[in-house]
Design a protein around this ligand. Structure first.
Ligand code: NAD
Length: 454
C-alpha cells in the first residue's frame, strides 16, 4: 500500500503520512456501503433525521479540533477554518430535516391513484478537491445521506485529514458502520475505481475542468449520474454609479480569500473606464492592507498556498516583466507564501483567460453595460461573480446577462447552505446545496394504482 506525506504549507514541516487505498480496498468499502445502505433506507425517516442531528452535534463539539487540523494540513487561516467546520455542522442540521420532507407527489389521473416516490440511488461517491476539503465534501455526502444513500468520499491526496476525522465523528455519533466512509487515495486509483465500479450509482466531482471532463466521459460508460463542480474565472464588475470606496475596499477579499484558492474567486476585476483611475487609487491601499501571515494567528487574513507544486504554477503567471500594478506583502522564509498581486494585462492575456487559483487578480477597463457583460462572458467558465451598482434596473439587467450560476450585487457572497450553488458552461453540471439537493441523490419512481371507476 502506498502512502502520502502531508506537509504543513505554512512551515514546510512534515505533518504525518497517510495510507493510500488500493482497488481491492475500494471494492471492500463499496460492498460494506451497499449493505449499510439497504438498512439505512429502511429506517423510519425520523430515525435518519435524528442520526443526522446527532452527527451535527458531534461536529459542533469538535469545531476547534477540525479547524486546527485544517490550519495545519491546508494552511487556512484559523478564522476561516472555524467557519468551515461550523458550515459542515450547519449543512448537517439543514439536511437533517430532509428525510421527513421528501414527500413525492400525488398526480391527478383517470381511473386510479398516481404517486411518485423519491428512491435513493444506492451508493454515491464524492471526489473532493484540496481547496475547501471538509466543506465541499459535506455538500455531497450530507444531502446524499439524507436521501437514504450510503456515501464514499475520496479526499484530495494532500488534504485528507479533516474529512477522515469527519468519518470518525459520524461513527461516534452513531451512524451505521459502512454507511459513510472516507477513502484516502490517488485520483488515478480510488477516483478511477469509483467511476468504473458498477455498484456506485453517482459521482459528485469537484475539481479541475480537465479532470471533470474525464470523470464525465468515464461515467457515461454506465450512464452513471454525475454532478460536476469545476473551475472558475469570475468577474467583479464595478460600474461608475456604485459606492466605489466600498467596491475597492472589499475587492481584495472577493479574490484573495483562502489565498485565491477558491473556485468562486473574483479574479477578473472589470471597472468602468471613467472611474478606473480612482478605483485603482482606492484598491492599492486595500490590497496592501491584506494581512498575510501565520494561519494560526487570529490577525491573519490570508495564509500560504497549499503546496510547492501549486506555488510554482501560480508563480508562472507572474514572470519577470509581468504588468504588476501593485502587490501586497507576504512572509519570507519557509512556507509557500505568495503576495496579493494586481495585474493590468491585455484582454487576451492568459492571466485574464486562465484560472490561476492563487492570489493574483487582473483589472481591465470597460466602456458601458454591453461591454461589461460581453467581457464577463468571454470565458469558458461561469461560476460566480459580483456586480457593483446603485442602479437597481442595471443590477437586474446585468445579473440576467452574465452567464454564471452564482452572482451577488454589491457584495461578494457565493455560498449559503440554503441556496443552490453551481456553474454555467464549463464550470460544472448540476447544482449543490439549497432546498433541492437531496432530490439530486434520488430517482423519481412513478406508480399508478388502478382503482376502477369511483
Ligand atoms: P483536481 O481536478 O486536480 O483534483 C480533484 C480531485 O479529483 C482530487 O481528489 C483528485 O485526486 C481527483 N482525481 C484526479 N484525477 C482523477 C481521475 N483521473 N479520476 C478520478 N478522480 C481524479 O483539482 P484540485 O487541484 O484538487 O482542485 C482545484 C480545482 O477545483 C480548481 O479548478 C477549482 O476551481 C476547482 N473547484 C471547483 C469548485 C466548484 O464548486 N465549482 C469548488 C472547489 C474547487
Amino acid at each position: 500500500m502506498s502512502t502520502s506525506t502531508l506537509i504543513n504549507p505554512a512551515t514546510e514541516e512534515v505533518l504525518r503520512t497517510v495510507e493510500l487505498l488500493d482497488v481491492p480496498a475500494v471494492d471492500d468499502a463499496v460492498a460494506r456501503a451497499k449493505s449499510a445502505q439497504k438498512a439505512w433506507a429502511k429506517l423510519a425517516p425520523a430515525e435518519r433525521a435524528a442520526a443526522l442531528r446527532s452527527f451535527a452535534a458531534q461536529v459542533d463539539a469538535h469545531i476547534g479540533e477540525l479547524a486546527a487540523l485544517e490550519v495545519a494540513n491546508s494552511g487556512h487561516v484559523i478564522g476561516n477554518a472555524e467557519w468551515e467546520a461550523g458550515h459542515v455542522r450547519d449543512v448537517l442540521q439543514f439536511y437533517s430535516a430532509s428525510p421527513e420532507r421528501m414527500s413525492g407527489k400525488q398526480i391527478p389521473v383517470a381511473g386510479g391513484l398516481d404517486v411518485t416516490f423519491n428512491e435513493p440511488l444506492g451508493v454515491v461517491a464524492v471526489i473532493a478537491p484540496w481547496n475547501f476539503p471538509m466543506t465541499i465534501a459535506s455538500w455531497g455526502f450530507v444531502p446524499a445521506l439524507a436521501a437514504g444513500n450510503a456515501v464514499l468520499v475520496k479526499p484530495a491526496e494532500i488534504t485528507p485529514l479533516t474529512t477522515m476525522r469527519l468519518a470518525e465523528l459520524g461513527l461516534e455519533a452513531g451512524l451505521p458502520d459502512g454507511l459513510f466512509q472516507v477513502l484516502p487515495g490517488k485520483g488515478s486509483v480510488v477516483g478511477e475505481r469509483f467511476i468504473t465500479h458498477p455498484d456506485i450509482r453517482k459521482i459528485v466531482f469537484t475539481g479541475s475542468t480537465e479532470v471533470g471532463v474525464k470523470v464525465m466521459a468515464g461515467a457515461a460508460q454506465q450512464v452513471k449520474r454525475v454532478t460536476l463542480e469545476l473551475g472558475g474565472k469570475s468577474a467583479n464588475i464595478v460600474f461608475d454609479d456604485c459606492d466605489l470606496e466600498k467596491a475597492a475596499a472589499t475587492a481584495p477579499y472577493g479574490v484573495f480569500d483562502n489565498a485565491g484558492q477558491d473556485c468562486c474567486a473574483r479574479s477578473r476585476i472589470l471597472v468602468q473606464r471613467n472611474v478606473y483611475d480612482r478605483f485603482m487609487e482606492l484598491l492599492e491601499p486595500a490590497v496592501k492592507g491584506v494581512v498575510v501571515g501565520d494561519p494560526t494567528s487570529r490577525d491573519s487574513e490570508m495564509g500560504p498556498l497549499v503546496s510547492r507544486p501549486h506555488f510554482d504554477t501560480v508563480s508562472s503567471y507572474v514572470p519577470d516583466g509581468a504588468p504588476i500594478a501593485f502587490q501586497g506583502s507576504a512572509p519570507t522564509g519557509p512556507g509557500y507564501w505568495f503576495p496579493p498581486t494586481v495585474l493590468t494585462p491585455q484582454r487576451s492575456d492568459r492571466t485574464v483567460t486562465e484560472e490561476i487559483f492563487g492570489p493574483v487578480v487582473t483589472v481591465l477597463p470597460f466602456e458601458d453595460e454591453a461591454d461589461a457583460i460581453e467581457l464577463a462572458n468571454d470565458s469558458p467558465y461561469g461560476l460566480s461573480g459580483s456586480i457593483w451598482t446603485d442602479n437597481l434596473s442595471r443590477a437586474m439587467r446585468v445579473s440576467r446577462g452574465v452567464e454564471s450560476g452564482n452572482l451577488s450585487v454589491n457584495s461578494h457572497s457565493s455560498v449559503r447552505y440554503n441556496t443552490p450553488f453551481g456553474g454555467f458552461k464549463q464550470s460544472g453540471l448540476g447544482r449543490e446545496l439549497g432546498p433541492d439537493a437531496p432530490l439530486h441523490f434520488t430517482e423519481t419512481k412513478n406508480v399508478f394504482f388502478a382503482i376502477g371507476e369511483l
